[in-house]
Design a protein around this ligand. Structure first.
Ligand code: ZN
Length: 552
């Protein structure tokens, strides 16, 4: 596509920027209105005559459909709870809505914390399925970095896993979609790890897609997985790119941002919005017409600060269809609207994606079905008033069992509730079910803490009390922070905690990052392996007979 510039591009871009900045304040008050045409900003170029359809009525806009997805999390299969989703149906809905000018894009966390069918294959299944579904571009999410940058680059470019090899086929081709990462740089080179943006041309429209993950990604990801990477603030990153993007003739910007809010209404509503996305939308430049957000796993469809702001929830159960309208002559953006649609099964599944998904389903079936033990009673994540869960207690038991012997010599184990992702029903325990409960493959670390450090760590986590093994504790939630647990409230090996004593404490690598203290670190395997080994040896598993966490 060629464009003839009516004025020098850089000068034009500066003009557009200046006008946009001047107008941004006035538009701030327009929150909730339909996006409006920017009357004061004239088009800065005229498109080739050949790209303007001949018989189009002057008033009819050129329409582009942006189909958007976030937080797919390797969900090749439909949700058992909602009956929605399934990659082959997601693809069918994408295809059905891809009439005329359209593009399918993502906003991160497409992989990571995935079900076994994708996770066992290091998410090659999700990448293949989304590629076959026609995904073109995606912003990066925090989970894309779960296994570090080299593994993410492998998913993008192809090649076999360095340890597990190619488990699903002789080779892995990599993603046909392109990740965008405007705010993630390698410290050593100063370069972004992927292109910051890509401009796609649709008839007269030139849409810049900019990809970003949340600045707080290091707080959600293992330190070892994001070592050497810098995560920049989202709005300043966008502002810095804006002149370049406008100079390249973009007539609208769609931000694929892995950050999001929550709301209380239906998937297509914007009720009681809470979280950072409204503030981000307010601070982003006016040229950003759409923010495809994610991360919160809550679907919404909002108009915020004159921007369309969407989220498709999680696991491919909802697809966002964003209609953008452009002036046929100038390519100027004239407005748009979005719709969140449930990924129902009343359409024929996409055959190409179904073939991919079926291959992974059949490969994983014997692995998922393998019995590794049994449960005398369900192990659930539901917590007592004091914050203890049956699943958390037994997982902590398995961590302690895996690390009690030399060289780790653990006295106690601590488990964060956020790492527990599925309940386990009574009866046979399969590898597949254990995997769903512990999908992060978190390495275990054992360190020495003195009694004061251990007490402080328990206290600082009371907003979501740590699950424990080898110890009990009580706390007073009404006491001021820092005084909710006393040494006498913590019992280890039958004795109250000694502030001066030394304890060997096993935690997941995720918790170890947050602990950030301790000496004599020993690492030993991963949490899932510890749990499976424990189940094989100690079944039938049952919740602890007496509570370990109580209120004082
Ligand atoms: Zn996320």
């Amino acid at each position: 596509m060629r464009y003839t510039w009516s004025v020098a591009p850089r000068a034009a871009a500066r003009l557009v920027s200046a006008l946009a900045l001047a107008l941004a304040g006035a538009w701030g008050a327009a929150c909730g209105d339909e996006p409006r045409t920017r009357a004061a900003a004239p088009p800065v170029y005229v498109p080739d005559a050949s790209v303007v359809p001949d018989a189009a009525p002057a008033a009819a806009p050129f329409v582009v459909h942006v189909l958007a997805l976030s937080d797919f999390h390797g969900a090749l299969d439909a949700s058992a709870a909602s009956g929605l989703g399934g990659a082959e149906y997601l693809a069918a809905h994408v295809a059905r809505r891809s009439t005329g000018a359209s593009i399918f894009v993502g906003a991160g966390d497409l992989v990571g914390a995935s079900p076994l069918a994708s996770g066992y294959f290091h998410d090659e299944g999700a990448v293949e399925a989304l590629s076959a579904a026609g995904l073109a571009l995606s912003g990066l999410g925090n989970h894309e970095l779960d296994e570090g940058l080299p593994e993410l680059l492998r998913l993008q470019r192809g090649g076999c896993h360095p340890v597990d090899g190619c488990r699903a086929a002789a080779t892995f081709a990599g993603a046909r979609f392109r990740y965008l990462a405007a705010n993630v740089r390698e410290r050593a080179t100063g370069e972004t790890i992927f292109a910051p943006y890509e401009i796609r041309t649709f008839g007269p429209a030139r849409i810049a897609f900019v990809g970003m993950t949340l600045q707080g990604t290091p707080q959600t990801t293992l330190a070892s997985s994001v070592a050497g990477l810098d995560f920049a603030e989202e709005v300043s990153t966008m502002n810095a790119l804006l002149p370049r993007i406008l100079a390249e003739g973009a007539t609208a910007i769609v931000l694929l941002l892995h950050q999001g809010s929550r709301q209380t209404g239906s998937i297509d509503a914007c009720d009681g919005l809470s979280g950072p996305i409204a503030d981000l939308a307010r601070r982003l430049p006016a040229e950003v017409r759409v923010v495809v957000s994610g991360h919160s796993h809550v679907a919404y469809n909002c108009l915020l600060s004159n921007k369309i702001v969407t989220n498709s929830g999680a696991k491919g159960q909802v697809l966002t269809d964003i209609e953008l309208r452009f002036d046929r002559a100038s390519g100027a953006y004239t407005g748009g609207a979005a719709r969140n649609v449930p990924v129902t099964h009343d359409v024929p599944p996409d055959p190409a994606v179904l073939a991919v998904v079926d291959r992974y389903r059949s490969l994983v079936a014997p692995i998922a079905r393998e019995a590794v033990g049994s449960l005398a009673a369900p192990l659930r994540r539901a917590e007592s008033l004091a914050g203890e869960s049956a699943l958390g207690a037994v997982v902590a038991d398995s961590m302690l069992a895996a690390t009690a012997a030399a060289p780790a010599l653990a006295d106690v184990a601590l488990m964060n509730s956020g790492g527990l992702r599925a309940d386990l029903p009574a009866g046979e325990l399969t590898y597949g079910a254990a995997y769903e409960a512990l999908p992060f493959a978190n390495p275990l670390a054992t360190v020495s803490l003195n009694g004061g450090e251990l007490l402080g760590f328990l206290e600082s986590n009371l907003s979501s009390p740590l699950q424990v093994a080898g110890m009990t504790y009580a706390y007073d939630p009404t006491a001021p922070a820092g005084a909710r647990i006393a040494a006498a409230d913590v019992v280890i090996g039958g004795a109250p905690l000694s502030l001066a004593g030394t304890y060997r404490v096993t935690v997941s690598a995720y918790l170890f990052d947050r602990l950030a203290i301790g000496t004599g670190k020993v690492t030993s395997g991963e949490d899932l392996d510890a749990f499976v080994t424990y189940a094989r040896a100690r079944s039938p598993l049952a919740p602890p007979a007496t509570p370990r966490i109580t209120l004082r």
